[in-house]
Design a protein around this ligand. Structure first.
Ligand SMILES: [Zn+2]
Length: 75
């Protein structure tokens, strides 16, 4: 899978889960069971984007790395 155009992710690379405050890198999305679950995040209405679309911006908003697509989780 990859970036998704249109609402609510608009083709952005970094997508936050507002429920878990984890950030995912859609250019490295992992689609196994219990991995990124991007479609589930979107369907649950928990997808957030960042402006600018960078990992640093996600961190500045309090998001932690997904251990599957980014790694280096601090939780
Ligand atoms: Zn992920």
């Amino acid at each position: 899978m990859t970036r998704r155009p249109g609402y609510p992710t608009y083709g952005k690379r970094f997508i936050g889960n507002t429920n878990t405050t984890e950030v995912h890198d859609l250019d490295n999305e992992k689609i196994g069971p219990n991995e990124c679950q991007i479609d589930e995040i979107i369907q649950a209405g928990h997808a957030a984007t960042f402006e600018p679309d960078t990992l640093a911006q996600a961190h500045s908003e309090g998001y932690d790395n997904c251990s599957f697509c980014i790694g280096g989780s601090t939780r």
